[in-house]
Design a protein around this ligand. Structure first.
Ligand SMILES: *[C@@H]1O[C@H](CO)[C@@H](O)[C@H](O)[C@H]1NC(C)=O
Ligand SMILES: *[C@@H]1O[C@H](CO)[C@@H](O)[C@H](O)[C@H]1NC(C)=O
Ligand SMILES: *[C@@H]1O[C@H](CO)[C@@H](O)[C@H](O)[C@H]1NC(C)=O
Ligand SMILES: *[C@@H]1O[C@H](CO)[C@@H](O)[C@H](O)[C@H]1NC(C)=O
Length: 534
């Protein structure tokens, strides 16, 4: 029998201490994206950690709409000028055609410059530098909110803490260089390709997908070199800082806001990919503010939520688009909750319409009397509607919204119209179809049941994996070997080259030997003649 010596008892105690040392860890969230919808996702993750006894500090540009007692916010706010410029950019997006993904991607690049410059300035701010220059601070984990900002990994190195990334998208080819996923261009459609569930891509689609992936690769490489420049700009004069590439390969895990088991695409994911789609959704909705609760409880014919998201304000749209929307909605028997910022300047008054500046979208969508969601097709909103089983009418604007809308329509959860060319008649027809044909609700409710059915909820996953990384001081052991391989080795091109060479040599030798044999055999008949003649 094995008996515990004092040494093993001590080891066991030490073990307990080590394991429990993640209880009440110090965690730093770097959530500098200028998009409020990203911040909602990132803060939701921080909140799970804070609620479970961790001391969370977050660096942000925007003021979080949601907060928690155990989260310390270090806000490096934008100037009035910056806010104006952001707003102007969004208005520009709202009034141009962004449906072509490549155009949108490279168009975005120019506008990204502004956001990246702001995010760089945050890292140079003394309030942020204090976090690592003040030697009393000890962080056990850094969580980096992703927005084309790998240069911010520098702060994790400064703090000597393991780092996880929180991405507000599904795993895609752009992330292969961070997580080490294998390339899967032949069967995983890129985000601008909507392929029917259960179908494979046709030959033409595969060509398209292949080329799309090349464009994404070029885009990533340009971004990477931008990131390397910004990294040099911030940390360049510090000889102790490794190359940015080293840090990118040292990320412990990455959280993605998707859940492939139910929403697809089915693809190979390495263990460092943790899917937490729906992380911003509460297990149980909060009670609604009184005015909203009353408005919805008296909605005898059901109610519609209209929100074009947090980036584009309704006032950014051409004013006659708003009038057209109003004309149709005000004639419906349903009640409408319309997210509208400028309450002194609404498109019109109607008994069935309630304008509101700020809306608890997730809690409203959870309400049983909501029968339809009119949305700009941001990933967050679509996810919430899918979770709560509500059909959608998408009016996408830019970024990933057109492709989100396309996928949502393919899944049969609703319809999509262009906001730029919106006319009253087709808008009304789409609403009638969605409100009267039960198939959309049926499909999205079926999906909702599937989406909620998980072995570990999104919140449990965030907590478990963050504590896991803290317990083991990183997760180098589960890193994909692909991250250490070059393109030739990763794709076995050298092995193929060797095999082809061997084959060619073999064919060459065979030919030589065969020729020799044939020549010998040709010589033989003479011999047999001789034998016969004997
Ligand atoms: C904050 O953290 C402490 C432990 O550090 C915990 O006891 C407390 O419940 C947390 N507060 C909330 C509101 O979760
Ligand atoms: C929580 O983190 C902050 C750093 O933002 C630090 O000043 C504070 O001492 C920490 N609290 C505890 C209980 O560790
Ligand atoms: C939904 O609307 C009906 C009809 O007005 C009302 O009776 C019901 O209480 C509402 N449900 C909720 C949860 O408010
Ligand atoms: C890599 O991550 C580990 C923790 O996961 C950390 O201790 C180490 O300093 C990191 N290396 C670099 C070069 O930042």
């Amino acid at each position: 029998m094995y008996r515990g010596s004092p040494r093993t008892v001590l080891l066991a105690l030490l073990n307990i201490l080590l394991i429990s040392s993640c209880q009440g860890g110090n965690i730093l969230g770097v959530f500098t994206s200028l998009s409020p919808s990203h911040l909602i996702i990132h803060i939701s993750m921080a909140k799970v950690l804070a609620e479970n006894g961790h001391n969370v500090t977050v660096i942000t540009a925007l003021k979080p709409a949601v907060n928690h007692k155990n989260i310390t916010v270090v806000q490096v706010p934008l100037s009035e000028e910056d806010h104006k410029q952001m707003s102007a950019t969004m208005a520009q997006f709202a009034n141009q055609d962004n449906s072509n993904m490549f155009g949108a991607m490279f168009g975005l690049m120019g506008r990204l410059k502004f956001m990246m410059a702001k995010m760089r300035d945050i890292m140079k701010d003394q309030r942020v530098k204090d976090l690592y220059e003040n030697k009393d601070n000890k962080f056990d984990l850094v969580m980096l909110g992703y927005f084309f900002n790998t240069y911010q990994l520098g702060i994790a190195h400064k703090l000597k803490a393991p780092v996880v990334i929180a991405a507000t998208m599904p795993p895609n080819e752009m992330f292969n260089r961070v997580v080490g996923n294998p390339s899967a261009a032949s069967f995983v459609p890129a985000m601008n390709m909507a392929v029917e569930r259960g179908e494979t891509m046709t030959f033409v689609q595969r060509i398209q997908n292949f080329l799309t992936n090349i464009v994404i690769e070029v885009f990533s490489r340009i971004l990477e070199s931008n990131n390397a420049n910004i990294y040099k700009d911030i940390y360049g004069d510090d000889p102790t800082m490794p190359a940015l590439g080293e840090l990118v390969k040292n990320v412990s895990l990455t959280f993605f806001t998707s859940y492939a088991l139910s929403e697809g695409p089915i693809r190979p994911n390495v263990p460092a990919v943790i899917e937490v789609g729906g992380i911003q959704i509460k297990d149980k909705p909060n009670p609604l503010p009184k005015q909203l609760a009353e408005f919805l409880s008296n909605a005898i014919n059901g109610a519609i939520l209209l929100s074009l998201g947090s980036n584009v304000k309704s006032s950014h749209l051409k004013s006659n688009t708003n009038i057209k929307i109003f004309n149709v909605l005000s004639k419906l028997k349903q009640r409408i909750i319309w997210k509208w910022e400028d309450l002194d300047n609404t498109p019109g008054k109607s008994d069935n319409i309630l304008y509101s500046k700020w809306l608890p979208q997730d809690d409203i969508l959870a309400h049983p009397n909501i029968t339809l969601f009119i949305t700009h097709a941001g990933k967050g909103g679509i996810t919430e509607a899918q979770y709560h089983g509500k059909p959608m009418l998408a009016l996408p604007i830019f970024g990933d919204q057109p492709s989100n809308a396309l996928k949502m329509v393919k899944d049969g959860f609703g319809l999509s119209l262009s906001l730029l060319t919106l006319e009253e008649e087709p808008f009304k027809e789409s609403l009638t179809e969605l409100l009267e044909n039960p198939q959309y609700t049926h499909k999205v409710k079926t999906f909702s049941a599937l989406y909620r059915d998980r072995h570990m909820s999104a919140r449990e996953s965030v907590l478990y994996w963050c504590e896991y990384v803290m317990r083991h001081h990183g997760a180098a052991h589960l890193q994909s070997p692909l991250l250490k391989m070059n393109y030739i080795a990763a794709n076995n091109l050298d092995v193929f080259a060797l095999l082809v060479t061997i084959l060619i040599v073999f064919i060459y030798i065979s030919k030589f030997v065969l020729t020799a044999i044939v020549r010998k055999l040709k010589g033989k008949p003479k011999n047999t003649d001789k034998i016969k003649n004997h």
